[in-house]
Write a protein that binds this ligand. Structure first.
Ligand SMILES: [Zn+2]
Length: 469
């Protein structure tokens, strides 16, 4: 097919980076995961390694895990997400600099045609979820990997939550690290053959999700990126096993999570007291009234974060933070989300939770990523179309500030044709492609990013006849 210059649309786009501060009355709750589904115990079953959950049921793993990771990636079942986004199998294997999340989508594996396999929305959903995992990968200075199962989606409205999510846990007496945390932090897979954690999303039509990660949801939409960030934080270990009476929700006594260790009473005492060692360990609350007196805190280093502890105990109690006691802070981990509302990063207290339970977190980066991107950027790429031997420029207007921008040019096969790093000193023109770099005639995508994507535009390079092959 030959495309002439006249068919190309004007290459002027406006991107809006806005945070909604309007709170709407309609809200919905996140999740009430049953801890017994996330507690696992290794057993021998018919002579092979297997696991049973906290209900005593033998866990069945999907047949997809019989394939190698490389085969799962090739089939599109598994996406490898690092700080740079979705990567290929080879580049992920050579990634020495940070964590990698291996996301296996059972909707895709089982070809459900729904959820993450939906012909219209599946790709967007996978992209937004990958971007949310990439946010965590970019702020965690740890070497390991985690195998996350994105279970088959469900489709309910009314009272069903946005999602269920958890890390799997072994259940020793005392405070247990989740398998996700230990695989990420120690780069050791303690439960080979089993995912380290899971998320199951609800795509009931009433949610009318916003899948745009750079603009706020409308007043009739919930924000999927916010939901994804919330669920992933649970998977990373923001989870309590504290039952209504201060005992453990696990099948065995005195089994709690590493998060539970840092709960504080309103009098700043440790809420749980651990006594003894080994099989003699006991973990008991100092005063059970704090579970339901709206005063529970989390020891977040410099500050004490308000733990959701309403007067009637429910599934969201203790493993969420409470915006109503936060003096204006917006937590990702508030137990409900309103339509039109968007939270795009952790609060400092939430980043401190990860730090407390053993991660090395870049707290400044984790809590400032989007502040810097609240700009209303106008981008124009010119000349476009162009010929083979000229420079290509990008005019950036709208308060870009000093930024290191990575410009990458892909051909239509998705191959990287060119890349360079450009430093900006405020608004103005940058040279995106240098004149001596000859790109063959054809269509290209030019992407500029500075942690977040800043622009994404088509570029057409014509041959000497003024057309594009
Ligand atoms: Zn939650």
């Amino acid at each position: 097919m030959r495309i002439t210059a006249l068919t190309l649309a004007a290459s002027l786009f406006t991107f809006h980076f806005l945070n909604s501060s309007v709170v709407f009355a309609q809200e919905h709750h996140f999740d009430h995961n049953d801890p017994k589904t996330s507690i696992v115990e290794p057993i021998m079953h018919h002579g092979t390694q297997a696991y049973k959950n906290g209900h005593g049921e033998i866990m069945s793993t999907d047949q997809a895990y019989e394939l190698s990771l490389e085969e799962r990636v090739d089939k599109g079942y598994t996406l490898l997400v690092s700080a740079d986004g979705v990567s290929s199998f080879k580049s992920s294997e050579s990634n020495q600099n940070g964590p990698v999340f291996n996301l296996t989508f059972l909707d895709v594996v089982n070809n459900t045609n729904k959820g993450f396999d939906d012909p219209d929305l599946g790709e967007q959903r996978r992209n937004v979820l990958s971007k949310a995992f990439a946010y965590y990968a970019s702020v965690l200075n740890i070497p390991g990997k985690a195998d996350i199962e994105i279970q088959e989606s469900f489709f309910q409205n009314s009272s069903a939550p946005f999602a269920y999510s958890a890390s799997y846990y072994f259940s020793s007496k005392g405070f247990n690290d989740g398998l996700v945390a230990s695989h990420l932090i120690n780069d050791y897979d303690a439960a080979a053959g089993l995912p380290d954690g899971f998320i199951q999303f609800n795509f009931g039509s009433a949610f009318n999700y916003n899948y745009n990660t750079t603009s706020a949801p409308s007043s009739s939409q919930y924000d999927f990126y916010t939901v994804a960030l919330h669920e992933i934080l649970h998977v990373l270990g923001f989870t309590s096993f504290c039952a209504h009476d201060g005992t453990s929700e696990a099948p065995n006594d005195y089994v709690f999570t590493s998060y539970d260790e840092f709960l504080l009473t309103g009098n700043l005492q440790n809420f749980f007291v651990k006594v003894g060692s080994g099989s003699q360990v006991s973990v008991t609350p100092v005063d059970v009234s704090f579970i339901t007196n709206n005063q529970m805190l989390f020891d977040a280093g410099g500050s004490n974060a308000p733990v959701y502890s309403p007067s009637s105990y429910g599934g969201s109690s203790i493993d969420h933070f409470d915006n109503n006691r936060s003096q204006g802070a917006d937590f990702l981990m508030h137990p409900t989300l309103s339509k039109g509302k968007r939270v795009t990063m952790m609060h400092t207290d939430e980043a401190m939770v990860l730090q407390k339970i053993g991660y090395n977190v870049d707290i400044g980066l984790a809590t400032s990523i989007n502040e810097a991107e609240e700009i209303d950027l106008t981008v124009s790429l010119y000349p476009n179309p162009t010929t083979q031997h000229g420079s290509v420029f990008v005019n950036l207007q709208g308060g870009i500030g000093n930024k290191e921008i990575l410009v990458i040019v892909y051909d239509m096969m998705g191959r990287q044709a060119y890349s360079k790093v450009v430093l900006t000193e405020g608004d103005g023109v940058i040279t995106a492609i240098d004149p001596y770099h000859n790109l063959a005639p054809g269509m290209y995508i030019v992407i500029g990013s500075a942690k977040d994507e800043l622009f994404n535009q088509k570029l057409m390079i014509m041959d000497h006849n003024g057309s594009v092959p």
